[in-house]
Design a protein around this ligand. Sequence first.
Ligand code: ADP
Ligand code: CDP
Length: 416
Amino acid sequence: APPAGASGQAGPCFAVEGPGSDLVCFTLSAGASGRPEPRCFVPAPGRCYSLCVPAASSVPMARLHRRLQQRLRQGPFGRCRVLGLLCYGAQAALEKGFLIQDPQGGPETERALEELLRGLGELPPLLGVYEAGERGELWQCLWALRGAGGRELLRRARVVAAEEPPLHPAVPGLSHAAVFHSLEAARSVVEQCTSFIPEATAVLDLVDKCPKQSKKGEFPVIVIEGLDATGKTTVTQSVNDSLNALLLRSPPACISQWRKTFDDEPTLIRRAFYALGNYIVASEIAKASTESPVVVDRYWHSTAAYAIATEISGKVQNLPPAHHEVYQWPEDLLKPDLVLLLTVSPEERIRRLQGRGLEKTEEETELEANSLFPQKVEESYKRMENPRCQEVDASPSREEVLRTVLYLIKKHCGSL
Ligand SMILES: Nc1ncnc2c1ncn2[C@@H]1O[C@H](COP(=O)(O)OP(=O)(O)O)[C@@H](O)[C@H]1O
Ligand SMILES: Nc1ccn([C@@H]2O[C@H](COP(=O)(O)OP(=O)(O)O)[C@@H](O)[C@H]2O)c(=O)n1
């Protein structure tokens, strides 16, 4: 049965993300009874706060979430621990936000949060304040900020522990917020960005110049996928030489100069950019495959696997189950003949990363630091369907990996 909130109606549930691999879940109860509160997230004698915004696939909300995230890293919040928070529930749509743990308590953090919220415009997010009761029980007060420095208490309810939901709360929203299954869906997100990202117009112009519904030519199209430093560049280049093929990559060169700009944007916008890149590459593949075999370094599977792994916090088991819609190839995107997934052990991958010694992006650093992340990317790759990824052990020597890859290409694509 759904939990009863202070109003007696079905209330929201919350999932605190990290720092461990498990979600800490809680819900609200009007009465004094119920299971014990999840102690772990309120540091005694400190205080704890929450902020949430709708996680709908709306550009303004995605930017608001990003803005809050950036502000919570600065100034008066420096002493606080900020954790991801998902608010989900019986009827309500998913909300995403933050749990802010202030180890010292005191009025400064609350004041700073109020100030932050008042600076956000007309309808700022609600502020949740968590405090211990007389018998050590935990209460959540939900405040709406009003004009002239006032605020209104919307609800006061007991915080009680809840079971982790069978499906990670972010899973149902993935197809709208991070994994795009049509050109139109990705295009409309980037279109909403033209007023504040000038490069968005240039990306859309390039996309609109591509012929719609590109069809593959008669030559085979082979995609090479895998985590960073598994050997994709090495393999694609040598396969290319051996087959006299054309080498393409996603994102394509024509939009690569804007990657940094879009990488700094929230997930919704960032993933829409990479999704559009795949449609541009599709038109390049269509053209090239009428003349020679084509080898592609990363394509839709990368876009989807990285998006899923970044959005789903915690352990590998939190990923959407096999055969979920997020793992299905978009119907309007040109399909390759063969997709090979290069895999190496984590230790070997770190060795290759270090050997290469390039400057690292934020995401790549996370890849190394948080071993759950690459596991989730790789597992997502393995769950992809139609076309699926065929795994290739890429730990042997360069020559041997090339031999295996050429053998598989020959087997699947016939004589070249
Ligand atoms: N089979 C292999 N054995 C040993 N080192 C390899 C092998 N394949 C690639 N490398 C090295 O590992 C590093 C990463 O390879 P690279 O092809 O750049 O990977 P990716 O394109 O997947 O990021 C490079 O320094 C490369 O020379
Ligand atoms: N088709 C693609 C290619 C890259 N990407 C993103 O770009 C990152 C990796 O790109 P990269 O160019 O650094 O990869 P490497 O070929 O250097 O390993 C991933 O973390 C994805 O977030 C994507 O989303 N879709």
